[in-house]
Structures are given as C-alpha cells and as structure tokens.
Design a binder for this molecule. Structure first.
Ligand code: CP3
Length: 351
C-alpha cells in the first residue's frame, strides 16, 4: 500500500504526519456527487449500484489529499435488508415503511440473508481495485442501538420517545432487537472485511441520547459484542476498529475497554483530556467542529492547529471532524483543512 498512515495511526504506530479523512467526505457538498446522484435517480439507487457507489467514494480523493476512503453506503442498509422498507422522503431524512414496535414485529425480526447486501460488498471490492493501494478503504456499520433507534422510531427523532418507551416498558423486546442487530452487524462487517475493507468503523450516533445506565446496558454492551465477533486480520494485516459514540465523551473509559483500537471523539470533547484518560489504550480520531469549515481558510488553519496541539506529539491520532461534514460546506475549505493538517503535523508522530 502506498499510504498506510491511517492504518498505522489507528494502531498507535508512528507516522510521518497526521492522517486525515472526513466523515461524509463523499456527499452533497461536492457538485460532482450531486451530478452522480442525479444520474442514479436517488440516494438509494446510488448506494445500491456498485459502479456509482465506487465513483462517488473516489470523488473526494480526486480533489483532496485524504489519507483514507470510506465506502459510500449508509448505516440503514442493514434494517433495509431485514425487510423494513427503507425510503427517503424528500427533505425529511430516512424512514421505514414497517417499523418494529410490537411483540409480533420483534418475533419476525431476523438476521438478513447477506445476499441482500451483496451490492455493498461488490462496491467495496470494486473500490479496492480502483484504489490500486493508494489509501486504505474503510467499511462501516451503525451500532446495534443506533440501528434500533431508526427501526423502532421508523425514522429520525428529536426525543427518541418510541424507542425509550420500549426500553423502559418492554426492555426484553429491545434486548431481542439488539441481539439480532448485533449478529447482523457482525456478519455484515466481516463480509465487508472479506470484500476488502481494511478498517471498520461503528457509528453509534444516538448512544449519547441515553442515560449512563441505559448506555452501558443497551448501547455499549452490544457494540462490545460486535467488536468481539469481528475478524482480526485479513490479507496478513490487522483490521483496525473504530468506535464512535456522538455525545460519548463521558464514557471514554468504558468505550476504551470495549475492544476497539480507536475511539471517534466528537467536537465537544477536549482531545487532550481524552488522551490523558484513554490514550494509553486506544488511538483517537477527531475532533474538529464541522462548523469550523464555514470560517475563513486562516481560521480553519488556526482551528486545525488547535486540534493537533491538543492531541500533542507521539503516535495515535487520526484527524477528522467531530461529526459529518455539512452539505453547505465550501469544498475549497475542506482543501484548506487537509493541507493545514498535513503541513502542521509533519514530524509530530515519532515513537
Ligand atoms: O462518510 C462517508 O462519506 C460515507 C457515507 C455515509 C453516509 N451515511 C452517506 C449518506 C456514512 C458513513 C453514513 C452513516 C450514517 N447514515 C449515519 C451515521 C453517521 C452519523 O452521521 O452520525 C446515520 C445516522 C445515517 C442515516 C442517514 N442517512 C441520515 C440521517 C441521512 C441524511 C438525511 C438527509 O437528508 O440529511 C442519510 C442519507 C445519507 N447518507 C446521505 C449521504 C451522503 C445524504 C443523501 C443524499 O444524497 O440525499
């Protein structure tokens, strides 16, 4: 591989500079993404056509000196394959035709036939081929709990009332959903690794909406189970795992013991403190506020240096945003960020 800085940093090995990639780096802030999406007809058609998914995965790498590619897909492919009927209502985000709410719904739920997700594995294999070893390809999944949020709510939510009602009134039903989700995510991520994903990330976007006790029992316990079920090496190399809980800053110690090699750190968490707390156990990925990209290039450079300085010297840092890039971000500002991270971190990560 020509540039393996991401894989090395995730394993806390020395790198010549801080590797950087951006959550949602292939997305609506890029005009070429919008053009390909239009050609596909819809987001789902785009994600389900391997040639087009590969094309948009590579688009940000043509523009910016990013140190990783992340396969273009979505966390909701798994519940879609379970038969819940994923669709996107214009301007309203993801929705399910058949949410999982009653005892009967839960009883019917099962780990999907992986053939129904073949388009994801085909996109990964094709993208690996097209990358020619330029940078590593990241695979991903939602956490069992975050998937359950969408499956029970039937879409996004402001207060998670439906899933929390189940959590507090019929916890055994939610546990059953989480058990099925964990098995499905293990199979899904292992198939992504077999298809060529060289690192994997678990997005626990909504774990941070829970109380401490509920987080441990309904979110982290199942992410831990997923991590324990993943293939450790492929093609003779360790496959690093990243665990990201948005709003998870107070749980870093328990997250660091869940079996991940790296933790994603949201932008509200102090990176230096995070490193003091868990940096001897795991690498850290993050944590620039995505809104910094609306500042001037000079401000972006200053804030990038603030993150780099906050982590400090030594191995174990992957630069990223603290959450996904906004669709309104000027692409030139992403360019300014990537350049600032590379120039500002030369020589910072010796052993
Ligand atoms: O990072 C990347 O470039 C890889 C692609 C990626 C997408 N979704 C593409 C996408 C990844 C890693 C995801 C993960 C995802 N999807 C998460 C977890 C990450 C996070 O943000 O915390 C969640 C919660 C979802 C569910 C989902 N899918 C939402 C909330 C939306 C946005 C709806 C909207 O209209 O804003 C999607 C759709 C989606 N997934 C888009 C993209 C680029 C936008 C779709 C479009 O083109 O209209």
């Amino acid at each position: 591989m020509k540039n393996d800085t991401l894989l090395r940093a995730l394993m806390r090995e020395p790198t010549p500079y801080t590797p950087v990639w951006i959550m949602r780096q292939a997305g609506r802030y890029l005009p070429e993404y919008n053009a390909t999406r239009k050609k596909a007809g819809s987001f789902l058609a785009l994600a389900k056509t391997p040639e087009l998914a590969c094309e948009v995965t590579l688009q940000p790498l043509e523009r910016f000196a990013l140190d990783a590619a992340i396969i273009f897909s979505d966390i909701l492919t798994v519940p879609d394959a379970m038969g819940l009927g994923l669709y996107f209502a214009e301007g309203e985000g993801p929705k399910f035709e058949r949410p999982v709410r009653t005892e009967q719904d839960v009883a019917k739920l099962a780990v999907p036939d992986l053939e129904r997700l073949r388009y994801v594995f085909d996109a990964i294999a094709l993208t690996r081929k097209s990358l020619h070893g330029r940078v590593p390809l990241i695979g991903f999944s939602g956490s069992p709990f975050t998937l359950a949020c969408y499956m029970v709510e039937g879409g996004g939510s402001d207060d998670f009332r439906t899933v929390k009602t189940m959590l507090y009134s019929r916890p055994e039903l939610l546990h059953r959903i989480l058990e099925v989700n964990a098995q499905a995510v293990i199979a899904y991520l292992n198939a992504q690794i077999a298809a060529g994903a060289q690192a994997v990330m678990i997005f626990d976007t909504w774990g941070g909406a829970l109380s401490d006790a509920a987080y441990q029992e309904f979110s982290l316990a199942y992410s831990r189970r997923v991590l324990a079920g993943l293939v450790r090496t492929h093609e003779g190399r360790t496959v690093p795992r990243i665990l990201f809980t948005k709003g998870g800053g107070m749980w870093l110690e328990s997250m660091a013991q869940a079996g991940a090699d790296a933790l994603g750190i949201d932008w509200q968490t102090n990176l230096a403190e995070a490193r003091r707390r868990v940096g001897h156990q795991v690498a850290l990925q993050g944590n620039l506020d995505p809104m910094v990209l609306f500042g001037t290039p000079a401000a972006i450079e200053r804030e990038a240096h603030r993150v780099l300085d906050s982590f400090g010297g030594g191995p174990g840092h992957v630069f990223n945003l603290g959450h996904g890039v906004s669709q309104h971000t000027p692409p030139e500002h992403v360019q300014a960020l990537v350049e600032a991270v590379h120039a500002g971190s030369l020589g910072a990560h010796a052993a």
